[in-house]
Design a protein around this ligand. Sequence first.
Ligand SMILES: NC(=O)c1ccc[n+]([C@@H]2O[C@H](COP(=O)([O-])OP(=O)(O)OC[C@H]3O[C@@H](n4cnc5c(N)ncnc54)[C@H](O)[C@@H]3O)[C@@H](O)[C@H]2O)c1
Length: 366
Amino acid sequence: MTYLPVASERPEPVRVGLIGAGWMGAFHAHSLAKRIHEASLVAIADPALEVAQSLAAELGVARVTPEPGDLMSDSEIDAVVIAGPARFHAELSVAAARAGKHVFCEKPASLDLDEFARVEQAALEAGIHWQIGFNRRYAADFLAARRDVADGVVGTPQLLRSLTRDPGTGSIRNAERVPRGTIFLETLIHDFDALNWYNSGAEPVSVHVAADALVEPQLRGTGFLDTAVVTVRYSNGAIAVAEASFSALYGYDVRGEVFGSRGMVQAGRATETAAVRFGAKGLSAATPRLNIELFADAYTAELADFAAHVRAKRDGGEAPDHGVQLTPGLDDARRALAVARACLESIETGQAALVGTVASRETDRA
Ligand SMILES: NC(=O)c1ccc[n+]([C@@H]2O[C@H](COP(=O)([O-])OP(=O)(O)OC[C@H]3O[C@@H](n4cnc5c(N)ncnc54)[C@H](O)[C@@H]3O)[C@@H](O)[C@H]2O)c1
């Protein structure tokens, strides 16, 4: 039998280089190589070369390097996914933008606002698509809630709530090496974005933090924080609460809520699926344990959206229209980071901190 040729109209996939092949980078690598047709993973950079090599071998990626700069000078790469440690994100974003690569950057975009201003400048000057990994927006329930807010289902937002409880064992490995401020800059930054996104059109004005080392109380004197509650006041009068713990024994717990003049919408649930067991002792249900389980679809969807945006820029097509504000970019990264930075000031003073004042002080310094 003779097979007949098929004319393919499928556009060239976006050629992506991955920077950082650890926990999150490896998940993104699998998505790019196997789950997202609009993208192909062509190279991996990680200073821990053996980590990059083993991931590349698993996924059939031909090029590995210990040096992220090699991806910047590779003319066959359209875009990079930055998933190295947070302290390198800003300089990698700037280098990628200057090399004309589109950027998907894991959160946080930077550790402070003056450094982030350089990212913004480089990205805008280069005209690249720059996107941040606020994956929660792409989870079906969080996005449905956002659509409800946009459609007026909850009316005017009055109270908002967002929480992140990381899965834990009751003690935190290498807690003494976790940088100060991590709970705000790396964990609650997701919640700050979720709140800003839900309360769209309003600006976060002030924050007031209560935080402590309750999981690792022996580290209290070092400034380490593993538990925090943040109150955020918004320019439209709405009051929000963000809450985080580094150790929930029952698994990974992420939820959001918007309460307004006409009703309420909730996103996220503590159970892994809708299945609930009924037994002699009562009810029980499985809980999600890992971020890559709870947000597997959301992590994939954010990168598919990234690839679609890059392809539109590269090939001159239409950028995706989601019917609601979705793709998180430079403004969203800056606004969430500004809230996190204001939290650090509130911790120092014990008082409420003004988000705009902290932001202008940091960027004036630049
Ligand atoms: N969106 C989410 O839900 C989510 C979840 C987990 C982690 N993250 C973020 O992903 C990033 C990575 O976290 P992780 O948990 O994968 O960490 P990880 O420690 O597992 O992996 C980091 C990797 O980066 C490599 N690396 C070190 N220095 C580097 C450099 N200068 N350039 C490039 N790579 C370098 C390390 O060798 C390591 O392989 C962090 O910013 C973190 O906040 C996001």
